[in-house]
Ligand binder design. Sequence first.
Ligand code: FES
Ligand SMILES: [Fe+2]
Length: 424
Amino acid sequence: MNKDMAETLIHTDAGTRMGNLMRRYWVPALMSNEIATPDGPQVKVQLLGEKLLAFRNTDGKACLISEFCSHRGVSLFFGRNEENGIRCAYHGLKFDGDGKCVEVPSAPKACEHMHIKGYPCVERGGIVWTYMGPADKKPEPPELEWCNLPESHVFVSKRIQYSNYLQAMEGGIDTSHVSYVHRYEVDNDPMHKGVKGLDYIKADGNVVFEIEKNNFGLTLFGRRNGEPDSYYWRITQWLFPWFTLIPPFGHHALGGHIWVPIDDHSCWAWSMNWQPNQPLSNEEREAMEAGLGIHVEYEAPGSFVPKSNYKNDYLMDRQAQKEKRAYSGVFGFSAQDYSLQESMGAIQNHAEEKLLPTDKAIVMARRMLHEAAVGLEKGVEPPALDAKDQRVRAAGVLLKRDIDPVAWAQDNLSDGLNQPLFSI
Ligand code: FES
Ligand SMILES: [Fe+2]
């Protein structure tokens, strides 16, 4: 990728091209249960380079405002969450959930000059989402499948990743790596094991991709050999600008991720699993809570820092690597991914990469993001603002060799949430 394009895609602070683009979408900010109780403890949140503070007000509404007091810049993390606002601990200025200053004890008339930033929030799928863009451009809230299922059907977690969002998200787009770094894990993980699709994934590490550009982003069709007369297709979606879905594994819960910049050197990797038609079983939920599947165990509860991380070489086990229990020596799907992605450096040197045919989807996603970021600067409205387009579902399916998967998907996946689930 050339330097100009990389520079555009990587930086997301306020005022940057990509930052402006991302601010036109609902941003996952934090878990709803991080601010579980009205008037409970507020939480620091950094998104797209902005330092913010989340709290649940007296009325039970999730709020997100600038972290810092407009008076002399003190962090409102030390403030008091009471009576529908945060009161700064230093001199008692008070801000409501919109960032409006509602009280200046020492100079009541100064109030109207003391406002700070406040962003609207909605809650969907156990996540507080915020909108950081121009008020008159706010899209409808997200409609991804798991956003509108009962709580019992969904599990959501997040972790900090010490790399730029782009190289993290590209790992979510690139499904060809499953045949390598995750190769042994899939046999033992309770949320992947024992399904037919794995035989095909392991037998054929040479995935051939077809990619379709559409309203929500991209559909990726990954072809592996199936039976002598069929191909095994793993069909998945990248939803603009940061959602990836995972092709399903048999009867196991469906999965997906969201990749959200914290700043240029770190991002939130959100991971979600859901059963579309039934509650998650106790076993499934327990395994997810224990950090199995696409989730992680934390260094300390609530830290969202993974237990295996760069400070401990991701708990690399060379013996397990030799014995073919962990392909890279690292255990855990997520750790296998982020260890490799962080090893690229916090910001990958894109000028030095040499891409291969399996990177076609990554190239197309980069182009779409770049085109939209540059276009927005010239007044062109960004794509995928219609939440209804997010109502799609990934699939894993065996199709006769002469069937065109794009046409098949048109008939069987285009209204994903009203059509059967295809998974083997
Ligand atoms: S710094 Fe917040 S009230 Fe003075
Ligand atoms: Fe992966």
